[in-house]
Design a protein around this ligand. Structure first.
Ligand SMILES: NC(=O)c1ccc[n+]([C@@H]2O[C@H](COP(=O)([O-])OP(=O)(O)OC[C@H]3O[C@@H](n4cnc5c(N)ncnc54)[C@H](OP(=O)(O)O)[C@@H]3O)[C@@H](O)[C@H]2O)c1
Length: 290
């Protein structure tokens, strides 16, 4: 079936993390294509920013902080309230996008921050899913997971990628567990995307350089500086967030969506590594790090 915007009619999609970047681009694009979008944000100023766009089908949900469970139940109540006022509107999909994460050697990772990232990427989305799955089942809907392209070990980004590995596990396991109700769990695996996150990560890394114990930092300083230089070249080539939004739309309207989509700068190369045996990938990554 050719995707058409009519397939969005009377369908609502919950997109998390819509203050900026991929989430915001996706929320706007889906709303423009005719979906009703529940766009979650943490700050009232971001909710107001979305309201100011004047898109009737774009409904901010605020505050939803996936790392703070006391905000989850009220956000869900709000969504249910909106749906109850429009019995023709069905909750069709969740797009799990929200999240952050920083750059650091595992030895120096800030564990409080990591705990929040795990909540934001894994525990919070599962709380949403557990609550909303009956509605998605009723709508014959689907679940989309935004993640990095591949489960391969890349040094200094374990704070982000450990969550991506786990997202990969959850999405693939859900695909099996929910198969009898035909609720696809789709991985949209993004390569480099031009958002606020890379610059924020670079800034936070500079701050961490000042705060980490000097003797520990010195152990990694050379490699981290090299990594920084490589990252800034990578940053210059990142794809626009809109290309992700378009793929999410395709995954939502395709009659038979793919289980995985690869999109964004270098996503294809990274994904290809998954076809190799794990010991070979480990060897390649170790050689690369030397
Ligand atoms: N950019 C890339 O190259 C890239 C590549 C692969 C995968 N991804 C993934 O794509 C997703 C979006 O990233 P992005 O690049 O678009 O970054 P971004 O512009 O920084 O957007 C992240 C969004 O997540 C929200 N968020 C963070 N922690 C949250 C929490 N605890 N609860 C609720 N919302 C939270 C942020 O809200 P606030 O504004 O309130 O902080 C923001 O709306 C992330 O999961 C990221 O891992 C990005």
């Amino acid at each position: 079936m050719t995707p058409t915007s009519s397939t969005a009619h009377n369908k609502a999609v919950l997109v998390t993390g819509c203050s900026s970047g991929i989430g915001r681009a996706t929320a706007l694009y889906l709303a423009q294509q005719g979906f009703t979008v529940f766009a979650t944000v943490r700050k009232e100023s971001d909710a107001q920013n979305l309201r100011d766009l004047g898109i009737a089908t774009l409904i901010p949900v605020c505050p939803l902080d996936l790392s703070h469970k006391e905000t989850i139940a009220p956000a869900l109540d709000f969504i249910r309230g909106e749906l109850s006022q429009r019995p023709d509107l069905k909750l069709y999909a969740i797009v799990n996008n929200a999240g952050g994460g920083g750059v650091a050697p595992i030895e120096l990772m800030d564990l409080d921050r990591f705990r929040l990232d795990v909540e934001a990427r894994l525990v919070g989305p599962l709380a949403l899913l557990q609550d909303l799955l009956p509605l998605i089942r009723e709508a014959h809907g689907r679940v989309i997971w935004i993640a990095t392209p591949a489960i391969i070990p890349i040094p200094f980004v374990a704070g982000i990628h450990a969550c991506d590995f786990a997202v990969n596990c959850l999405a693939r396991t859900l695909q099996i567990e929910l198969k009898r109700w035909n609720i696809p769990n789709i991985l949209v695996r993004c390569g480099g995307v031009k958002t606020a996150a890379p610059a924020r990560g670079a800034r936070e890394l500079e701050e961490d350089f000042q705060q980490w114990p000097r003797e520990r930092f010195e152990l990694y300083a050379g490699t981290l500086r090299k990594e920084q230089a490589e990252l800034s070249q990578f940053d210059a080539r990142r794809s626009e967030p809109n290309v992700i939004a378009e793929v999410v739309y395709r995954a939502l309207v395709a009659e038979k969506p793919r289980r995985r989509y690869q999109i964004g700068y270098m996503s294809g190369v990274a994904s290809a590594l998954e076809y190799l045996p794990q010991p070979l990938v480990d060897w390649i990554m170790e050689r690369r790090a030397q």
